[in-house]
Design a protein around this ligand. Structure first.
Ligand code: SIN
Ligand code: MN
Length: 313
């Protein structure tokens, strides 16, 4: 997927078996690659370590929770009525038919995923993300962390080697399978894009979660198989949660890349002659996620992005 060195268990519980929640601040600093000396994401992270009591088995650490349970006593501010009504209108279950061709091989489906599609995707990502093979903070080396959390489905992508594999090198976990519901959304988006691109059944999905300070440097997705790249098999990207400034360009060193605002529910497809575009996420727009999505999922502040790809032809 990305070039090397690029500046790039869970549980229901009763009160008596409540898991111990350890909060800590991440403090990784980039060094030794493109993002050298830039500070990494600094959101606080919760690691669920299971119930602790004398004689307990070793607690099983699990993945980053993108939808942490509401804290007792936390105050939820109600959005103004006009905002709620506008969101309700926008979030009907019908799909948007706004399809924009940005350049050959690159198609933008504005507001394609309905609110209920988005909720389903967030909930499935949350379930998978807290389990084995779930969300973690990836890095390119010992001291160089990416500014996001990542979970791979189908196959694992290793940022250090730039290679795909069946297990994560650092903990041996197998990536969860891509949920069948995700496949049907990818399939419909490709069909509705009317793009002159080969259709794919994805065997990889990389799920990124950006906190409000998250970002991703310009890069190409080029670690899929040579045949997949040669045929220009498309990458399909789903955006959910806070909006983001997405950049793309033909060259990494271009001064002025094109900028596209990706909002919750948007789908972007790039394949064919655009398969090798440089792309990245410059910034996240805080507090822009649909309120209803937050209320229904408890998604933490930030943005969820899923990119579906096909490794093997
Ligand atoms: C990626 O390029 O892997 C993710 C892009 C995005 O978050 O929109
Ligand atoms: Mn990418």
């Amino acid at each position: 997927m990305e070039p090397r060195g690029r500046g790039r268990g869970r549980g229901r519980h009763s009160p008596s078996t409540a898991p111990v929640v350890v909060r800590y601040e991440e403090s990784e600093r980039g060094s030794g690659s493109k993002e050298k000396n830039s500070s990494a994401d600094s959101d606080s992270v919760e690691m669920r370590v299971g119930k602790l009591s004398i004689g307990d088995d070793k607690p099983a650490a699990s993945g980053f929770d993108i939808c942490p349970p509401k804290q007792a006593g936390s105050v939820v501010l109600k959005p103004p009525l006009f905002l709620k009504n506008r969101e309700k209108r926008q979030s009907s279950n019908s799909r948007s038919n706004v399809v924009v061709s940005l350049r050959p091989g690159m198609v933008f489906l504005k507001g394609y995923l309905s609110l209920s599609d988005q909720e389903m995707i967030v909930k499935r990502c949350r379930e998978l993300g807290v389990g084995s093979g779930g969300f973690y903070q990836p890095g390119y080396g010992e001291d160089t962390k990416m500014h996001l959390k990542m979970m791979c489905l189908g196959k694992n992508w290793d940022p250090q080697s730039g290679q795909y594999g069946d297990r994560r090198p650092f903990d041996g976990a197998k990536p969860p399978q891509i949920p069948p519901e995700f496949h049907s959304h990818v399939h419909s988006a490709l069909k509705d894009s009317n793009a002159l691109l080969p259709s794919i059944s994805p065997d990889i999905c990389i799920v990124n979660f950006y906190s409000q300070t998250g970002r991703l440097g310009l890069h190409q997705d080029k670690d899929e198989s040579p045949d997949s790249l040669r045929l220009g098999l498309p990458v399909i990207s789903f955006s959910i949660g806070d909006s983001a400034d997405f950049l793309y360009a033909d060259h990494r060193d271009l001064d002025q890349p094109q900028k596209l605002l990706l909002q919750s529910g948007d789908v972007l497809i790039f394949g064919g002659p655009s398969r090798n575009i440089f792309h990245g996420v410059a910034s996240i727009h805080p507090n822009t996620a649909p309120n209803l999505l937050l209320q229904h999922t408890n998604l933490r502040p930030g943005r969820l992005n899923l990119t579906f790809r096909r490794f093997l032809t």
